[in-house]
Design a protein around this ligand. Structure first.
Ligand code: PGA
Length: 253
C-alpha cells in the first residue's frame, strides 16, 4: 500500500502471446504465487484467452483486461470486439492507445478518445497509454506531448468518470527496448501528468487518478521506480510472460 493509502496496481500485458491452454497455465502459476495483498493485479490477455482466463479469475482477486476494443458497441465492424462484449464475459479493464496499436494499426488520439469514452460508459476501466517518442524526448518536447495527449485522450470524460480510469505513462522508446526511464525523468513526467489532469479536473480529482509506468520493467529496476510518490504501479510487458519474474515484481509492492 502506498503512503497515501492508495492500492498499487500491476498490469501484465501479454500482447500477442499464449494460446488458451498456455494462458490457463500461466494464469494458475501467477494466481498461486501471489503473496502481496496490497496490490491489484490486472492481466491483459489476447482476446481468444479472455473467456478461459476470466473464468479462472472468478474465484480470485485478479482482474482481467483486454488489450484493445472498438469505439462502437455493435454494428458492421468486421473483426472488431466491443466494450459491451468484453463486459458481458466478465472483463473489467482494457488497455487503450498503446504505442504498438498506434504504430502498427494507425490508431490516433482521436480514435482512442472515442474508445475511452465508450469503454467507461460500458462499465470498463480503461488503462490509457501516453508517451513520447525518442525524437520528442531529444527535442525537449516531452512535456508538451504528454499534456496534449492527456487533453485529447480525455476530451469529454467527466470528473466522476475519472474514478474508472488509469493512466499508463509508457515512453515509446522504453517499450520492449530493455531501456528503462531514469528515476528523475519519471518524477518529472508524473508531475506533468498530474498538472495536466489538475488543469482539466482540479487538484483533488487529479490526485486520485492512478498513474502507472510502463517500459522495460523488470524485477531489478521496478522497486526504485515504485518508490516515486506519484507512481501507483506498473504496466509490464515482456516480464509478465514469465510467472517467476512477474511474481517478483508484484510481490515487491
Ligand atoms: P515491455 O512492454 O515491458 O516489454 O517494455 C510494456 C508494454 O508494452 O506495455
Amino acid at each position: 500500500m502506498k503512503k497515501s493509502g492508495k492500492m498499487r496496481i500491476i498490469v501484465g500485458n501479454w500482447k500477442m502471446n499464449k494460446a488458451p491452454a498456455e494462458a490457463a497455465a500461466l494464469f494458475s502459476e501467477i494466481a498461486s504465487g501471489l503473496t502481496s495483498d496490497c496490490c491489484r493485479v490486472i492481466l491483459c490477455v489476447p482476446f481468444v484467452d479472455l473467456l478461459t482466463v476470466a473464468n479462472l479469475a472468478a474465484d480470485t482477486e485478479i482482474c482481467i483486461g483486454a488489450q484493445n476494443c472498438h469505439f462502437d458497441n455493435e454494428g458492421a465492424y468486421t473483426g472488431e470486439i466491443s466494450p459491451a462484449m468484453l463486459n458481458n464475459i466478465g472483463v473489467n479493464h482494457v488497455i487503450l492507445g498503446h504505442s504498438e496499436r498506434r504504430k502498427y494499426f494507425g490508431e490516433t488520439d482521436e480514435t482512442t478518445n472515442k474508445k475511452v469514452k465508450l469503454a467507461i460508459a460500458s462499465g470498463l476501466t480503461p488503462i490509457v497509454c501516453v508517451g513520447e517518442t525518442l525524437l520528442e524526448r531529444e527535442l525537449g518536447v516531452t512535456d508538451e506531448k504528454i499534456s496534449i495527449q492527456i487533453k485529447k485522450l480525455l476530451n469529454g470524460v467527466l470528473t466522476p468518470q475519472l474514478e474508472n480510469l488509469i493512466i499508463a505513462y509508457e515512453p515509446v522508446w522504453a517499450v520492449g527496448s530493455g531501456r528503462c526511464i531514469e528515476h528523475a525523468d519519471l518524477v518529472h513526467v508524473c508531475k506533468v501528468i498530474r498538472a495536466s489532469l489538475s488543469s482539466l479536473y482540479g487538484v483533488e480529482a487529479a490526485n486520485n487518478v492512478p498513474i502507472l509506468y510502463g517500459g522495460s520493467i523488470n524485477s531489478q529496476n521496478f522497486t526504485d521506480l515504485l518508490s516515486i510518490d506519484d507512481i501507483d504501479g506498473g504496466l509490464v510487458g515482456g516480464a509478465s510472460l514469465v510467472a517467476e519474474e512477474f511474481l517478483k515484481i508484484v510481490n515487491c509492492t
